[in-house]
Design a protein. Structure first.
Ligand SMILES: [Zn+2]
Ligand SMILES: [Zn+2]
Length: 80
């Protein structure tokens, strides 16, 4: 199951499971759209070099049984 991490690794912006501006790579590194799509990352994950794509939103009815991750990762050093 996809981890829905609660924040952007670069700027620590909140990314709740319903966020439309969450971006994610194949390793589930998670970023906000302004970091992912901006000049800083230009659509690529700074950790693995893979593509960042829009994170699918889990239907609210499924979140109770399959909750989003609460484990925040913040690694701004990779984002300069
Ligand atoms: Zn960000
Ligand atoms: Zn990655």
């Amino acid at each position: 199951m996809l981890q829905l991490r609660p924040n952007c690794e670069c700027c620590d912006a909140d990314l709740p499971p319903e966020a439309a501006n969450a971006r994610i790579c194949s390793f589930e590194c998670t970023f906000c759209a302004s970091c992912a799509d901006g000049d800083k990352l230009a659509g690529h994950c700074p950790n693995c070099g893979g593509e960042l794509v829009a994170r699918p939103r889990r239907p609210a009815a499924k979140l109770a049984a399959n909750p989003a991750s609460t484990e925040a990762l913040h690694k701004p050093l990779g984002c300069v």
